[in-house]
Design a protein around this ligand. Structure first.
Ligand code: ADE
Length: 289
């Protein structure tokens, strides 16, 4: 069972949607929410990956259902949310986590590639949030958490993703203003360098760069999926009832580094990992992604 730091039963009887729930941070968050009593709707494109996470959650005593859906497809998102409301009633929470990109310098990104990344990381999240609002949350309230990225300052070789994620931060702020009247809170979580399956999507040429990431941030280690999930769960929970429009960075202080200012060697480090089913990425020495 997931070792959440939050109270057992915190989400009892609540339906929470997790997009991109088939792997990485989405899978971890789905496990934590299910361990806290939520019924989790796992949404993603790959039905097999969703089914295997559903089985893991069921084996741990939790409840999850799977919904294969392309979040870039407006009609498909409308139909998905209608189906969820018909099957489960009110939607209490949405974790807009599905995302994807490919590393490339800006000069080599085609219009098609740029638009694909913007559709997945910005438009898809907007569509999911809008439908949850219009079909359920405007009537019964709820909480939305948009997963963005550490794109503060720049996002070299990921310029399309950085632009889309920055757009998602602005969407979060406007939705927080417009939807507060319905009792809907909208926040974002911006993960930095997290030891997650997503790391293995980078080309082998970047292996040494990735392995050197911890030296570039004050906490001088990779974050865990559970450390991101904890921030998401907090923002979904009543403990965050007065927080809306915020973006919570979970990045070990990466944007707080000052160029030219030496970073002291850590004398102690303490990671939090409630999720012992997490796979170590191959690039960090794990056997599987
Ligand atoms: N995960 C990554 N891209 C996605 C998409 N377009 N739809 C659903 N899940 C996704």
């Amino acid at each position: 069972m997931y070792r959440s730091i939050f109270k057992p039963g915190l989400f009892d009887g609540q339906l929470v949607i997790v997009t991109g729930g088939g792997s990485g941070i989405g899978r971890c968050t789905a496990h934590e929410l299910a361990a806290l009593g939520a019924t989790v709707a796992l949404v993603g494109r790959n039905a097999d990956k969703l089914a295997s996470v559903q089985e893991e959650i069921a084996a741990a005593g939790g409840c999850a259902h799977t919904y294969a859906c392309n979040i870039r497809d407006e009609a498909a998102v409308q139909a998905l949310v209608a189906q969820l409301v018909a099957e489960h009633g009110a939607i209490a929470g949405l974790v807009n986590n599905a995302g994807g990109q490919f590393p490339s310098p800006l000069k080599d990104i085609s219009q098609k590639g740029w638009e694909a990344v913007v559709q997945t990381n910005l438009t898809g999240g907007f569509l999911m949030a809008r439908e949850c609002l219009n079909q359920s949350m405007a009537a019964s309230g709820g909480a939305i958490v948009n997963i963005v990225a550490d794109m503060w300052g720049s996002m070299p070789n990921m310029g399309h993703s950085g632009a889309a994620r920055a757009g998602m931060v602005s969407f979060t702020e406007t939705a927080a203003f417009e939807w507060a009247q319905y009792g809907v809170r909208v926040n974002a979580v911006a993960p930095g360098y997290i030891a997650s399956s997503g790391m293995d999507q980078y080309p082998p040429a970047m292996r040494d760069t990735i392995r050197a990431f911890p030296k570039t941030l004050p906490l001088q280690r990779f974050g865990t999926e559970a450390e991101v999930s904890a921030a998401i769960v907090f923002l979904l929970s009543p403990a965050a009832a007065f927080i809306t429009g915020a973006t919570m960075r979970v990045d070990g202080g990466r944007p707080n580094v000052r160029p030219g200012m030496p970073m002291p060697e850590p004398v102690r480090q303490q990671a939090y990992n409630g999720f012992h089913l997490a796979a170590t990425p191959r690039v960090l020495g794990g056997g599987e992604a």
